[in-house]
Design a protein around this ligand. Structure first.
Ligand code: M6R
Length: 600
């Protein structure tokens, strides 16, 4: 959560920082600020609200060629101007932006800052005040910076400027993502390469506990032992147009529409010229030889994991457990003798998942990360990575990453089955091709789905999604999509479980959306619909061609049984999108959320 950016170069920095922060808004957007330094000193502008509001607040007449910026998702202290970054030390000599959580900030405050009058409720202000205290002691900014950073426990990506120094941005990183962007006569630092792509595509990776002295013509990386480190730059593979909306009103709609292309890209990336599955042989071996798989994930990725379990157990005959990352850390089940941990994460930065990865690595268990961001923390720290190839997903509500996760899991399951010598009557690439076509057909039916959203969800305060078997898992994802962007209280239930309590919530007109794509439960899920209708529910059935019945509200094209979730989720995504739109909600940036959840 939170995004930071810094620039030191020749150009006026305001716009470079603001454009960078716009690209980082997915990391948090409750308040924002920048600080720029020129001969007149350090000029801070900050607001409660979005970057658009910050743009209006920034003084156009101030010009500077170095500065730092921040977009916030509040952890310590409410979203307010006072708690917005940048924060300054008491004399205003030092100015800081920070992403992360300082776990020992109260201890630091009690031990070193008893006499300092703090201006905010943040853990971040503690860092900048501590640097000033150490500077007064040491009379050396770099030494004071290092000494302060060494005392911090927790996660941080930090950029600091000194009003007395026109040549340096001081940078530090631990656990929170941070990259250096390299340019001709300038350098940058940013939480994500997207924030600097408008000026450079050359980046340097930073490791935990490294500090950096960033100057116009120099990047000095220092490791935790105080040794200077040299590192090869890499080119960001993101196309700048991938992170623009183009003609779409929202990223979410664009990303829903991109799903057929993503599935085709996955087919291409995971197939060799002999039409065989292309996979790191080490992953194949790890899958083949483990005795149980533990899938760890959060939110939408957890929902993909539930379906991954179905694929792997049904096709490759390996037992799979799926766990919510935030629970697993302190509630670890009895593990099998030869477990393989599979981390599913769009961003690769989810702190809850990372905390499990750290624990299971300590126990010596191998880890595979399935992610959309190969250089991410979860990818770097796991033994193996499978890339989703979904392209940047900007909308907070995950859509194309979810379907990509399922496609990659299906390929992995088939590959493992084949490696184990299991004969399958299932060609994943051919079936995924059919899925891509079906998705395309659905994204062409937006008007119908918009109408369903209007009819069922315009005025309601709640909604239930029901299904059986894999349809139940897709219902969980449908309900998450709807609630997070439209604020309608939506819950997913196993069709047969409703009558064990939840049916008490059904009133006259309560929307119930049922999914019926599985032949073996087609009859029983329809029975559950009858039960809620008898109690006044306003129900709709979304079924699959071949299993449809008269009166079904929407019918998806026929695809292979196992892969129906990749297709049946699309109407849920679009219905949620239109429900949010009709309610005037901020579709891409729903309240209280952030795209990348980097705090536990
Ligand atoms: O980046 P991750 O996949 O690890 O993120 C996990 C969840 O925070 C995420 O899936 C969240 O539930 C979605 N934004 C919901 O649409």
């Amino acid at each position: 959560m939170c995004g930071i950016v810094g620039y030191i170069g020749q150009k006026d920095t305001k716009d470079i920082l603001l454009s960078g922060l716009e690209k980082l808004e997915y990391r948090g957007y409750d308040s924002a600020g920048i600080a720029v330094r020129n001969a007149g000193g350090v000029h801070v502008s900050k607001v409660k609200g979005r970057i658009a509001a910050l743009r209006e607040a920034v003084n156009e007449d101030v010009h500077a060629t170095m500065g730092i910026g921040h977009t916030r998702w509040a952890t310590h202290g409410a979203p307010s101007r006072e708690n917005a970054h940048p924060h300054q030390s008491s004399t205003e000599r030092f100015t800081i932006v920070h992403n992360g959580v300082i776990e020992n900030y109260m201890d630091i405050r009690n031990q070193y800052l008893q006499d300092v009058a703090l201006q905010s409720e943040t853990d971040t202000e503690i860092i900048v005040q501590l640097i000033e205290v150490f500077y007064n002691e040491l009379n050396d900014v770099a030494a004071a910076f290092r000494k302060a950073v060494e005392l911090l426990t927790g996660s941080y990506a930090i950029a600091l400027i000194d009003s007395e120094d026109s040549e340096t941005i001081f940078v530090a990183k631990n656990k929170s993502p941070l990259l250096v962007g390299l340019g001709d006569g300038f350098n940058m630092v940013a939480s994500d390469s997207m924030a600097a792509l408008h000026v450079t595509d050359q980046f340097l990776e930073l490791m935990d506990k490294e500090t950096v002295i960033l100057r116009r013509g120099e990047v000095k990386i220092i490791d935790p032992d105080g040794q200077q480190v040299t590192r090869e730059p890499f080119k960001a593979e993101i196309d700048a147009t991938d992170i623009e909306k183009g003609t779409y009103p929202h990223f979410m709609l664009k990303e829903i529409d991109e799903q057929p292309f993503v599935i085709r890209k996955i087919i291409q990336e995971y197939q060799n010229e002999n039409d065989e599955i292309k996979l790191d042989p080490q992953i194949r071996e790890a899958m083949k030889t483990c005795d149980r798989i533990y899938i760890i994930a959060a939110g939408t990725s957890y929902h993909a994991g539930l379906l991954g379990k179905q694929f792997i157990e049904k096709l490759a005959n390996i037992p799979v457990e799926v766990h919510v990352a935030s629970e697993f850390s302190y509630n670890m089940p009895h593990l099998s003798e030869k477990p393989l941990f599979v981390y599913i994460s769009q961003s690769g930065e989810t702190a809850d998942s990372r905390s499990v990865l750290v624990q299971t690595k300590k126990l010596g268990h191998p880890a595979l990360t399935i992610t959309n961001v190969p250089g991410s923390t979860l990818s770097r720290e796991a033994d193996y990575t499978m890339h989703l190839h979904a392209g940047p997903e900007i909308a907070v509500a995950s859509t194309k990453a979810y379907t990509a996760q399922m496609a990659v899991l299906a390929i992995l399951a088939v590959d493992t089955a084949r490696a184990k010598g299991i004969e399958l009557d299932f060609d994943p690439m051919q079936e995924l091709g059919i899925v891509a076509n079906a998705m395309e057909a659905l994204t062409d039916q937006k008007e119908e789905l918009e109408e369903l959203a209007r009819d069922y969800l315009s005025v309601t305060r709640n909604c239930f999604f029901i299904g059986r078997g894999i349809d139940y898992y897709v219902g969980l994802e449908g309900s998450l999509k709807l609630k997070e962007i439209s604020y309608i209280q939506a819950e997913g239930f196993a069709g047969g479980e409703l009558k064990h309590g939840t049916i008490a919530l059904i009133e006259e007109g309560t929307p119930v959306i049922a999914l019926a794509t599985q032949e073996n439960v087609n009859y029983s899920i329809r029975g559950n619909v009858q039960e809620v209708e008898a109690r006044g529910a306003n129900s709709m059935i979304i079924s699959m061609k071949g299993l449809d019945k008269e009166g079904d509200a929407f019918v998806i094209p026929h695809v292979h049984d196992l892969l129906t979730p990749l297709v049946s989720v699309v109407p849920f995504q679009l219905i949620s999108y239109y429900a949010a739109l009709h309610r005037d909600c901020d579709v891409d940036k729903p309240r209280n959320l952030a795209k990348s959840v980097t705090v536990e």
